[in-house]
Ligand binder design. Structure first.
Ligand SMILES: NC(=O)c1ccc[n+]([C@@H]2O[C@H](COP(=O)([O-])OP(=O)(O)OC[C@H]3O[C@@H](n4cnc5c(N)ncnc54)[C@H](OP(=O)(O)O)[C@@H]3O)[C@@H](O)[C@H]2O)c1
Length: 407
């Protein structure tokens, strides 16, 4: 009979329960792949189990509690006790990754976290292993399925933001309190982890700037459609000006962009590098069973042996001001000279217009345009100046645009 491997399961909620079921269902396959038969050594929830006893009985610890407290302390204790750890906890990795990587290295045990980023897409493995020695220039994509569903719903049905959130909650794609997702914080934590792995540099989660989708209106989506654009919440981590930029923001994409057709609760991540050009992977963004499957994959990897632990080789600064292309939406009085004033302000800030749509609404007019790439600080200055015009009927609205047109 094959040796057993005893799994200490911390957390038995959506993912933990699915993992326990999957582990039982796939035990024979795990044994065939690794030569070891997995069995649960114990489960910890708020009302069941004792962490010390479970640790004592375990060969591997699977952390599916979430959050940083008490998960951080449990993971540290497990690593220090020489137990490899598998976790799906993005907050923990984004905020304490450096500390945990150091402890894992010191203890000579593995810390695996594939399920923490981009759902089922094996992006951590690909960056760490397949592209481990490739100089990556950019990792970006849709890393939050909840917001992608909400935006898809708004675009498809013309629904308002609140209705689309309610629909996402009804279908189980959004939690009762969706603020972590819709604010962009969840995606920011994932991008911090991906940037850390891709650029081999510590990434301070507090330095990751993020904007969410709370202020997106059906109008933005309707106008964007006319300009051939679709809206996504994007996470972008890239090398810029000798440093790195890690950001999350709502962004319009042209129809030919590989991420444009990624709809519903799906995720997609692109990796760019001179050596590999561009790779895109997409798949389900969350879900108990899907996430559990990524956790089980990590368990098999732990049992199969060594992987390079992410070591910080460099220390790259976070670059604050970068260039982007923008969509700008203005509601103005429909009278002569207004467009000229807007054009003058844009021109003085060296911002040029790529495409433009105007629609009359009674005595007013709506102007929607896409401007070419410019420094974000310059664009912000121009928008501030435009907002001061007497002709404005409501505050200007702007959203970033990925300008490249893929064919
Ligand atoms: N849900 C997804 O689709 C998804 C996707 C990707 C990643 N993840 C990540 O997976 C992890 C688990 O998420 P989940 O959705 O399964 O969470 P969940 O449904 O809220 O389950 C959390 C589990 O942890 C237990 N727990 C909470 N606080 C505890 C404490 N202080 N001591 C001991 N046990 C405690 C809970 O115990 P009780 O049962 O007693 O409440 C519950 O069993 C998180 O890191 C999450 O970010 C989830």
């Amino acid at each position: 009979m094959a040796d057993s491997v005893r799994i200490g399961l911390l957390g038995r909620g959506t993912v933990g329960a699915a993992f326990a079921d999957l582990l039982a269902a796939r035990a024979a396959a795990v044994e065939a792949a690794t030569g070891r038969r997995p069995e649960l050594a114990g489960t910890l929830t708020r009302s069941e189990g004792d962490f010390g006893e479970i640790l004592e009985r375990s060969d591997v610890v699977v952390e599916l509690i979430g959050g940083t407290d008490p998960a951080r302390a449990f993971v540290i204790d497990a690593l220090r006790a020489g137990r490899p750890v598998v976790t799906a906890n993005k907050q923990l990795l984004a905020q304490h990754g450096e500390e945990l990587f150091g402890i894992a290295r010191e203890a000579g045990v593995q810390l695996r976290f594939e399920a923490a980023v981009a759902g089922v897409i094996p992006i951590v493995r690909v960056i760490q292993e397949s592209f481990g020695v490739t100089e990556i220039d950019k990792v970006f994509g849709i890393v939050n399925g909840t917001t992608n569903f909400i935006l898809s719903e708004m675009a498809a049905s013309g629904a308002g933001y609140e209705d689309a959130v309610a629909r996402a909650q009804e279908l189980g794609y959004a939690e009762a309190d969706p603020s972590d997702d819709v604010s962009g914080a969840d995606a920011a934590a994932k991008m911090a982890i991906l940037a850390r792995l891709a650029f081999h540099t510590p990434v301070d989660f507090d330095g990751v700037s993020y904007e969410g989708i709370e202020r997106v209106t059906p109008d933005d989506l309707a106008y964007a459609k006319e300009l051939g654009l679709s809206l996504k919440l994007l996470g972008v981590a890239e090398r810029r000006d000798g440093g790195i930029s890690v950001r999350v923001f709502p962004c319009f994409l042209y129809g030919g962009h590989p991420l444009a057709p990624v709809g519903g609760p799906f995720n997609a991540v692109m990796v760019e590098s001179e050596a590999i050009t561009e790779v895109t992977m997409s798949g389900p963004g969350a879900g108990g069973v899907q996430t559990a499957s990524a956790v089980l994959g990590d368990l098999v990897s732990v049992l199969a042996g060594e992987t390079p632990l992410p070591d910080a080789e460099t220390s790259l600064p976070l670059v604050a001001d970068v260039s982007s292309s923008f969509y700008l939406h203005l509601e103005v009085a429909d009278r002569p000279g207004v467009l000229a004033k807007v054009a003058r302000i844009l021109g003085e800030n060296e911002i040029s217009v790529k495409s433009f749509v105007q629609r009359g609404i009674g005595d007013d007019a709506r102007l929607a345009m896409v401007v070419h790439e410019c420094l974000e600080s310059r664009f912000a200055a121009a928008v501030e100046e435009i907002a001061e015009l007497d002709d404005l009927r409501s505050p200007p609205r702007s959203i970033r645009v990925i300008e490249e047109e893929f064919v």
